[in-house]
Ligand binder design. Structure first.
Ligand code: PMP
Length: 259
């Protein structure tokens, strides 16, 4: 009778750990709190309690030092299935799995992506467990041997099925501004900081599908995949078909955050 199972009524978070240390722990815990607030679930633990739980689950795996900790909080179980809810005891589910890191050398030719219209609801900034649209988009990418499905709404690139999207054109970096139609990715934030640390100009401003196709560089970001260059979109080569110098600098800078 868990509402997470019955309705996808819950919030989740993914914490990347390198050498058993979470990067961006506070940012992830803050986003978790924002999600719980958005759907009126009381946070069942304090930040310190979460930190202890996460550290504990990471320590259980004696082999893999790099792990992704998945945490889900559903509204809880009710006595019968009904759409409305009273205050319930939230259910906490937590697991950890190894992060399979990709070498920089394996990314130099870049990956492919497909594009699809973004038909998701207008609260995509909430990291809700109800991810049916996202899973269908991700599956479409897989069926097309692509890394990702990049989404557009009214001709504007929003994000991708499981990641945020960046382009670079004439040495300026663009990504969709935060707001209700994209998830505020933690890796997106870190990538912007890496760019600024390297004196690159970044504009959090919408860009079109045409600008995507005519970009010098395209990449996607997420906690488990980090920064992945995209060099083919809908079967069309982007720029010279190789991962670009801006991506390369950001990739290296991002790696330095882990040490
Ligand atoms: N957008 C969507 C739709 C996602 O599912 C994710 C990954 N959960 C991201 C962006 C990237 O977020 P983060 O960098 O925090 O992993």
């Amino acid at each position: 009778m868990d509402r997470g199972f019955l309705f996808g009524d819950g919030i989740y978070e993914v914490f990347p750990a390198y050498d058993r240390m979470i990067i961006g722990l506070d940012s992830h815990l803050n986003r978790l709190q924002d999600g719980l607030d958005a759907i009126n679930i009381k946070n069942p633990h304090s930040k310190d309690e979460w930190k202890n739980l996460i550290d504990k689950i990471i320590s259980f795996d004696s082999i893999n030092k790099n792990q992704a900790v998945y945490l889900q909080i559903s509204r809880g179980s009710d006595e019968n299935r009904k759409h409305t809810y009273e205050e319930l005891k939230p259910t906490v589910y937590i697991q950890s799995s190894a992060i399979k890191q990709r070498d920089k050398s394996s990314l130099l030719n870049g990956m492919s992506a497909i594009t699809r219209e973004d038909i998701r609801w207008l609260k995509s900034d909430t990291k809700a467990t109800s991810l049916l649209a996202n899973t269908l988009y991700a599956q479409e990418a897989k069926n097309n041997d692509a890394e990702e499905t990049i989404l557009y709404r009214n001709g504007i690139i929003t994000e991708a099925s499981t990641s945020n999207v960046f382009i670079a054109k004439n040495n300026c970096i663009y990504t969709h501004p935060k707001g209700p139609i994209i998830l505020p990715g933690i890796t997106r934030e870190k990538t912007i900081l890496c760019a600024k640390a390297n004196h690159m100009s970044v504009e959090e401003t919408p860009f079109t599908t045409r600008q995507l196709m005519e970009a010098d560089e395209v990449w996607i970001t997420s906690s488990t995949r980090e920064i992945i260059p995209i060099t083919t979109i809908d079967g069309i080569q982007i720029s010279n078909g190789c991962a670009g110098p801006i991506w390369s600098t950001l990739y290296d800078e991002y790696q330095s955050l882990k040490s």
